[in-house]
Design a protein around this ligand. Structure first.
Ligand code: BGC
Length: 762
C-alpha cells in the first residue's frame, strides 16, 4: 500500500515541477528563506539575469581534477588541463573536487574571477572524510568513542587543514546507516544505530562548517548518500535498496535531517535505487522530502556520475534523458559526468526543462557560494596563506592520538591479561599488520603531504620500559601464507611472555566497492592465529577492521581482543597507550559483532516476529532462530570493557506513568568497583510492547559518558519526552501511541536493568 503512496508522491512532485505555476521556490529569495531580498540576493538576481543558459548549466557542473585519475573513483569524464582552463574561462563549470594543491586552485580561481565573462568564483570540494593532513580514525572507529564532541573537534581540525589547501567544501559526513557488515562502506559512517548516527551527523557538520560559513577555515558539509545507500541488498555496494517507506523514514532519513538541522547546505544524492526509483532521479526524496517537508535551502549534488548511471539502471533511455530525470527530480549539480553542461541548454530550449527550474538550481548554488564568502573574497584561503597554517600541527597530532585511543574497543580481557607491564615483558608482535604503515590510515587518505603515521611496532617500542623487548614477525600475508612465516611466528611466540597478534582486514578490504561475502579473518591469518595459540602463550588480538567481523577459533578464543579499526596517523601510539595501560579503554561498539557471518544483516534493533526466541534458548523448533546459531550477538552493540569494572546498581523512574504532554525522569546509579578511574557509557533503551505498527525489541534513546573514580558511585539522569517515544505510524507520519513500555539502563544493547512504564493520554 505504501509503495503506491510513494509513487503518487513522486508523481505529484514531478508534475508540479514541470507544470505548476511558479512556486515561492522560484521567487527572488532562496527557497524556504522568509527573509526579504538583501544585498546578496540582489547580487545573485543580477547575475542570474545576465547569465546565458550555458553559463547557468556551467554553475551546475562539477568536475574532478584534469590529467589525474583519483584512485578512489573510476576513470570517467577524464579531461586535460587545457580543456579545464578553457571551461573555467567560459564559465562552463562551477568548481572542481579533489584537486590537491594551492597553486592550481589559485590559478584557476584567478581565471574564473578575472577572465570569465561574469567573474563567478569557483568552489573547490574534496573528500575530507577523516582528516586531511593529520589522518584521524575512520568515522566508524571514531563513533566507538560515543563522543560526538570529539568528532566535532576532529572535523574542525580537518577543515582547518583542508581550507589551508584551498578546499571550502567537503563531501562529508557520510550518515548512511549500515546494518549489513558485508557492505564495505560501513566504516565511513556511524554504524547501525539511528540515535547515535544523528548525534555524530550533527557534530561533524558543526565541526566542518564551524560557527560561520564565511570564515576562511569553514568547509561546507555534505551529508551523503541520500538515501538508504547503506541498505544495499546483500551488502553489495551500489545494489538495490528495497526497503519500505517506513524503514526509510524511521531509520535512514533521520541522520540526514539531523545534519541539515545542524546547518549543512549541500546534500549528495546516492547511487542506489529504492523500490525501482534511483535516488538521483527520485522527486519524492529530492523535492518531496528535502524541499517540501524539510525546507532545505542548499543544493543537491549528484554522486560521481550518478546521473549518467541512470541509463545503466535502466531508468533513462539515454544520457540526455538521464540529465533531464536527475535535474527535474531535484539533483541541482552534476558531478563528473558532464551531462548537465552537455544537455541542459538544449533541454531548456526544447521546453522540457523550465527556465524557472534552471534558475532555481543556479540560485541555490550561488547562494551557497555567497554564504562561503566567495563573492566577497574569491581568493580567500588561496592567496599567501602563512606557511605555519599549512605545516604539521602538533595540537592536531595530539588530538589524533586522543581520538585513536578513544576509538579502541576492548571486547575481551580474560584474567586481566591487559594492561601489560611496561618493564620486563618479552612481546612477540605477530601478524601482517605488525609493522609498516600501509594499512593504518583508512580508506580516504587521498592527499599528498600527510603527516607520517606511527606503526604498531613503533608505538610499542616507544612505550617500552626497561627489560622489555618486541620481536616482530609477520607470520603471514594478509590473504596468503608467507613461506616459513608460521614457523617463525611460532618460534617467536615460544620465546615470548605474550603474543600480540596484529591481524584482520587490510585497508583495501573495506571502503567503496569493497563489499565482502565473508566477514571473517582471511584463512592465511586464521591459520597463523591457530598455530600461535597452540603454543599456549597468552594472546592479545589487535584487530584491524573496517566492519563488524565474524570471529572464530583461536581469534575468538584469544585471552584479550582489542578492536583497533583503522586508527590513522597515531595508530601505534594509541594502541601502546591501551596495551600498557596509560589509557583505560573506553570505546563501545557502534555495530554488533555477530556469532557467524551467516547471521548478517545483524543489528540489535530488530523486530520481535510472531515466534521470537528467548535469549540463549536451546529450542529451535518453530522459532525465529537458525538451527546452527543462536540469535545473540557475539559482542552486542554498545559493548566494550575497561580496566576497571563498573556495576549498574539501580534504576529509578520518577513515576510509573508518563502523560503524553509530560516527561519521565530516569535516574541510574553506577559504581566503579575497580582500582582505576573508569569511563562508562551509560545507555538508555526503550521498547513499546504493543503499537499500531510493530516496534524494535530495543531502541537507543540516550547515553552519557561518565568518569567514575575507583570505588565511587555516580548518578546519571535522563529525561524522556513524548518525542523520544515517537515512531512512523501506519499513515507514514510520526505518531506517539499511549501504551506500555520497557526501558533499560544498560552497558550494552543486550543487558542492563529493566523497568516498565505506561504512557498515558493525560
Ligand atoms: C563516492 C562519494 C564521493 C565521490 C567523490 C563516489 O564514488 O560514493 O562518497 O564523495 O565518489 O569522490
Amino acid at each position: 500500500m505504501h509503495a503506491r503512496k510513494t509513487a503518487q508522491t513522486a508523481l505529484v512532485a514531478f508534475l508540479c515541477l514541470v507544470s505548476c505555476p511558479p512556486l515561492p521556490a522560484f521567487a527572488a529569495s532562496v527557497p524556504g528563506d522568509p527573509a526579504p531580498a538583501d544585498a546578496a540576493d540582489v547580487r545573485i538576481e543580477s547575475l542570474l539575469s545576465r547569465m546565458t543558459v550555458e553559463e547557468k548549466a556551467g554553475q551546475l557542473s562539477l568536475f574532478g581534477p584534469a590529467d589525474i585519475n583519483v584512485p578512489n573513483n573510476p576513470q570517467a569524464g577524464w579531461r586535460n588541463a587545457q580543456q579545464e582552463t578553457a571551461d573555467v574561462r567560459a564559465g562552463r563549470l562551477t568548481g572542481l573536487f579533489n584537486n590537491a594543491g594551492l597553486e592550481g586552485k589559485r590559478r584557476l580561481q584567478q581565471i574564473a574571477v578575472n577572465e570569465s565573462r561574469l567573474g563567478i568564483p569557483l568552489i573547490f570540494g574534496a573528500d575530507v572524510i577523516h582528516g586531511f593532513r593529520t589522518m584521524f580514525p575512520m568515522p566508524l572507529a571514531e563513533a566507538s568513542s560515543w563522543e560526538p564532541a570529539l568528532a566535532e573537534r576532529t572535523a574542525r581540525a580537518a577543515a582547518v587543514e583542508a581550507t589551508a589547501d584551498g578546499f571550502r567544501w567537503t563531501f562529508a559526513p557520510m550518515v548512511d546507516i549500515a546494518r549489513d557488515a558485508r557492505w564495505g562502506r560501513g566504516l565511513e559512517g556511524v554504524g547501525e544505530d539511528v540515535y547515535l548516527a544523528k548525534q555524530f551527523a550533527a557534530a561533524r557538520v558543526r565541526g566542518f562548517q564551524g560557527p560561520d560559513l564565511s570564515r576562511p577555515d569553514a568547509m561546507l558539509a555534505t551529508p551523503k548518500h541520500f538515501a538508504a545507500y547503506g541498505a544495499a541488498e546483500g551488502g553489495l555496494d551500489y545494489n538495490v535498496s528495497d526497503i519500505s517507506e517506513r524503514t526509510l523514514r524511521e531509520v535512514y532519513l533521520p541522520p540526514f535531517r539531523a545534519a541539515l538541522d545542524a546547518g549543512a547546505l549541500s546534500v549528495m544524492s546516492a547511487f542506489n535505487e529504492i523500490g525501482g526509483v534511483p535516488s538521483t532521479a527520485n522527486p519524492a526524496l529530492l523535492t518531496g522530502v528535502l524541499r517540501d517537508e524539510w525546507k532545505f535551502k542548499g543544493f543537491v549534488v549528484s554522486d560521481y556520475t550518478a546521473d549518467e548511471e541512470l541509463v545503466e539502471h535502466g531508468y533513462a533511455a539515454n544520457p540526455r534523458e538521464a540529465a533531464k530525470q536527475a535535474f527535474m527530480a531535484g539533483t541541482d549539480v552534476s558531478m563528473q559526468s558532464g551531462l548537465y553542461i552537455r544537455y541542459l541548454p538544449d533541454l531548456v530550449a526544447s521546453g522540457e526543462v523550465p527556465m524557472a527550474r534552471l534558475d532555481e538550481a543556479v540560485r541555490r548554488v550561488l547562494h551557497v557560494k555567497q554564504k562561503l564568502g566567495l563573492f566577497d573574497d574569491p581568493m580567500r584561503g588561496l592567496d599567501g596563506l602563512p606557511a605555519a597554517q599549512r605545516a604539521e600541527n602538533p595540537e592536531f597530532i595530539a588530538l589524533a592520538r586522543e581520538d585513536a585511543r578513544r576509538s579502541i574497543v576492548m571486547l575481551k580481557n580474560e584474567r586481566m591479561l591487559l594492561p601489560l607491564p611496561k618493564a620486563g615483558t618479552k612481546i612477540a608482535l605477530v601478524g601482517p599488520f605488525a609493522e609498516g604503515t600501509i594499512d593504518l590510515m583508512g580508506a580516504w587518505s587521498l592527499f599528498p603531504g600527510q603527516s607520517a603515521p606511527v606503526g604498531i611496532d613503533q608505538g610499542l617500542r616507544a612505550a617500552l620500559g626497561p627489560g622489555s623487548s618486541v620481536n616482530v614477525v609477520r607470520g603471514s600475508g594478509i590473504e596468503s601464507a608467507l613461506p616459513g612465516g608460521i614457523d617463525a611466528a611460532v618460534a617467536a611466540a615460544k620465546d615470548a611472555d605474550v603474543v600480540l597478534l596484529a591481524i584482520g582486514e587490510s585497508q583495501k578490504m573495506s571502503g567503496e566497492a569493497r563489499s565482502r561475502s565473508d566477514i571473517g579473518i582471511p584463512q592465511a591469518q586464521q591459520d597463523l592465529a591457530e598455530a600461535v595459540a597452540a603454543t599456549g602463550k597468552p594472546v592479545v588480538v589487535l584487530l584491524s577492521n573496517g566492519r563488524a567481523m565474524a570471529l572464530k577459533g583461536a581469534v575468538r578464543n584469544a585471552r584479550a581482543i582489542l578492536v583497533t579499526w583503522f586508527l590513522g596517523v597515531q595508530t601505534g601510539n594509541a594502541i601502546a597507550d591501551v596495551v600498557f595501560g596509560d589509557f583505560n579503554p573506553s570505546g563501545r561498539l557502534p555495530v554488533s559483532f555477530p556469532q557467524t557471518a551467516g547471521q548478517v544483516p545483524y543489528y540489535y534493533g530488530h523486530k520481535r516476529t510472531g515466534r521470537p526466541t528467548p535469549a540463549n534458548a536451546p529450542e529451535t523448533a518453530f522459532k525465529t532462530r537458525f538451527v546452527d546459531a543462536t540469535n545473540e550477538a557475539l559482542y552486542p552493540f554498545g559493548f566494550g570493557l575497561g580496566y576497571s569494572p563498573v556495576r549498574y546498581d539501580s534504576v529509578e523512574l520518577s513515576s510509573e506513568r508518563m502523560p503524553l504532554a509530560g516527561t519521565l525522569r530516569v535516574r541510574a546509579t553506577v559504581t566503579n568497583t575497580g582500582q582505576r578511574d573508569a569511563e562508562e557509557v551509560v545507555q538508555l533503551y526503550i521498547a513499546e510492547r504493543a503499537a499500531s505498527v510493530t516496534r524494535p525489541v530495543r531502541e537507543l534513546k540516550g547515553f552519557r559518558k561518565l568518569n567514575i573514580a575507583p570505588g565511587a558511585s555516580e548518578q546519571v539522569e535522563f529525561t524522556l519526552t513524548a518525542d523520544d517515544l515517537q515512531f512512523i505510524g501506519r499513515d507514514l507520519k510520526p505518531v506517539v501511541e499511549p501504551g506500555e513500555f520497557d526501558l533499560w539502563v544498560a552497558p550494552s544493547a543486550a543487558s542492563g536493568i529493566r523497568k516498565h512504564f505506561v504512557l498515558t493520554r493525560d
